[in-house]
Write a protein that binds this ligand. Structure first.
Ligand code: GLN
Length: 563
């Protein structure tokens, strides 16, 4: 056994990356837990607006890895990008801390700080995320690539231990209510500060331990500045580099423009994030996908395998769109229409998200063992079948919750156990889909397109997050809004049903209290209650699951032996 490996047979460097990623995810998910509540309660935004910004922010966090991966491959190398990204995220969180410190005296400044902070975090994440993941792969020499699946499972545990800790600490100190249920809107800052400190710890771990442990068995540094001679991993005769002709690039740009304008044109409303950033994300995905296909060196088999990646990426959009309600609509529901009493303790609303991380930590290994066992018996489902199961599970989770909110009316409270069950089922769904996606792209993409194919795959998460913003924004009024309107002397139900026409003064009162005076709508349908809201996800994910499943025979053929 060499100096750099531990008893588990995994390189010590894996634990350094594990620790770094754990603290980074603490920072990311801890902030994500309280971000929308901060926007609504301190920055006085409507929930709808907060959901849209949240979707755009997350979407961009998964779009920038393309850029981060590119800059790392060509110029800076993984190590520098990780430290740069970590430092940027720590600074971003610190700016959120300042934003949450000044909002009551200077709302304008708080808003500027918030937008700048999110912008910095978006790019920080772009530098950090792709580089830490690809370093996991680089730790293993070619003959040990079989250990990669376990390595990624361990890494995924690190991600979720971090998420769990962040979603515990940040809500605990940042999302504070008094016994009467009145929120301390000045507490959010402590959550952001904790996130910033976590990111500093993660970056420091990497900075101090990388030279000793993040090295090859021969002791050579991994992830240094690119030197351009890592041809070792290629098959003989395989093209090593993707070269795009001018014509392909121009076509891809034209596709970008067309897709951007179509989405831009059909998006209603005037929210900048919704009308510019969402179309930008969708257009980036489609144009990058086109660019790869235009390469003339692609063989028929390669092209078909790439198409499988695209089909998978497309269906995954619906998965993340439904899954990412965690930080927006589900948190608003946890805040406003849930009985969060657990054994006499009132859990902070934003902490309810913690169950996802917790369940991943508990179930990640059992799931990977399950797949191993099925594989040994030759009965492991095809990857896309696993994904269709994942989508089906999401539909089931929302179906259960839809039926539990059905009879709540405007004042009843949802029992927290139903949200816990939802997160349990959604975690099972995630484990069918998320960890295997990454390794599948690696197996399907020709090496010369690997980073770009990962790019498309990450952009599908980005597109999913953008869609999650759109869907989160159709959350209808929860009980608190009816109560508040009642205190203002307005019959909100009557206003929404149009049986009462509010006076101009009442319209203004509602707006000032961040309450909408009409039902939200999606694809031409009005969403009038929480039941209908949840059923949107049941229908979308249910249909996606069935179509993907029906495509199995075709997909299997197109994969040419890869599973
Ligand atoms: N929860 C995982 C992470 O944070 C996966 C997210 C994703 O791939 N969209 O890394």
């Amino acid at each position: 056994m060499s100096e750099t490996t531990v008893k588990t047979g995994h390189p010590k460097g894996l634990w350094v990356l594990f620790g770094t990623e754990m603290w980074e995810r603490f920072n990311f998910y801890g902030m994500r837990a309280i971000l929308t509540l901060f926007m609504v309660n301190s920055l006085m935004m409507k929930e709808e607006e907060a959901s849209i910004i949240y979707g755009g922010f997350l979407g961009l966090c998964y779009l920038t890895p393309m850029l981060g991966g590119f800059i790392s491959d060509r110029f800076f190398g993984n190590r520098n990008c990780i430290m740069l990204g970590g430092a940027m995220m720590a600074i971003g969180q610190l700016m959120l801390f300042f934003s949450a410190s000044v909002f009551s005296t200077n709302l304008g400044l708080a808003n500027t700080l918030m937008w700048t902070a999110l912008g910095i975090i978006v790019f920080g994440n772009g530098f950090f995320k792709p580089n830490i993941s690809s370093m996991v792969g680089s730790l293993y020499p070619k003959q040990e690539k079989s250990k990669l699946d376990t390595a990624f499972t361990i890494f995924y545990m690190g991600i979720n231990i971090g998420a769990f800790l962040g979603q515990f600490i940040c809500p605990l100190i940042g999302d504070v209510k008094d016994p009467g249920g009145i929120r301390d809107i000045h507490a959010f800052k402590w959550g952001f500060l904790a996130a910033s400190i976590a990111m500093i710890i993660g970056t420091a771990i990497f900075f101090f331990l990388k030279n000793k442990y993040v090295v090859t068995p021969e002791g050579k540094a991994i992830g240094g500045v690119p030197s351009g001679n890592d041809a070792g991993d290629y098959e003989e005769g395989e093209s090593q580099k993707a070269e795009f002709s001018m014509k392909s690039i121009i076509t891809a740009l034209a596709v970008f423009a067309v897709v951007f304008f179509i989405f831009n044109y059909f998006t209603e409303g005037e929210n900048v994030v919704k009308i510019y950033i969402y179309p930008f994300i969708y257009a980036s995905g489609v144009s990058l996908a086109t660019l790869i296909l235009l390469d003339s060196t692609l063989t028929k088999v390669e092209t078909q395998r790439i198409w499988v990646i695209y089909i998978m990426s497309f269906f995954i959009i619906f998965f993340w769109a439904a899954f990412e309600q965690a930080g927006s609509s589900l948190t608003f529901i946890a805040d406003n229409q849930t009985d969060r009493n657990m054994f006499g303790w009132n859990m902070p609303p934003s902490m309810v998200q913690i169950f996802n991380g917790l369940f991943v930590v508990i179930f990640a290994f059992p799931f990977s063992v399950l797949w191993d066992k099925l594989r040994a018996k030759n009965r492991e489902p095809l990857s896309t079948v696993k994904q269709s199961i994942g989508l089906l599970l999401i539909a089931v989770s929302y179906f259960i919750i839809a039926n539990n909110v059905k009879d709540l009316g405007n004042s009843g409270l949802l029992a927290i156990k139903w949200l816990i069950l939802l997160y349990l089922i959604q975690t099972f769904a995630e484990l069918c889909l998320s960890p295997i996606g990454l390794s599948l792209v690696g197996k399907l993409a020709p090496k010369r397109f690997a980073s770009l194919a990962y790019g498309v795959f990450f952009i599908s998460s980005a597109a999913g997050y953008a869609l999650s913003g759109t869907l989160g924004s159709i959350l209808p009024a929860t009980g608190d809004k009816f109560k508040k309107a009642n205190e203002l002397g307005i019959d909100l139900q009557g206003v929404l049903d149009k049986s009462i026409t509010p006076t101009a003064e009442q319209v203004k009162l509602l707006a000032d209290n961040q309450i909408s005076d009409h039902y939200p709508s999606f694809a031409g349908f009005e969403i009038t209650n929480l039941y209908e809201f949840f059923m949107v996800f049941v229908v979308l994910c249910g249909i996606a699951s069935v179509i993907l499943f029906l495509l199995t025979p075709v997909i299997k053929k197109m994969m040419h032996g890869v599973r």
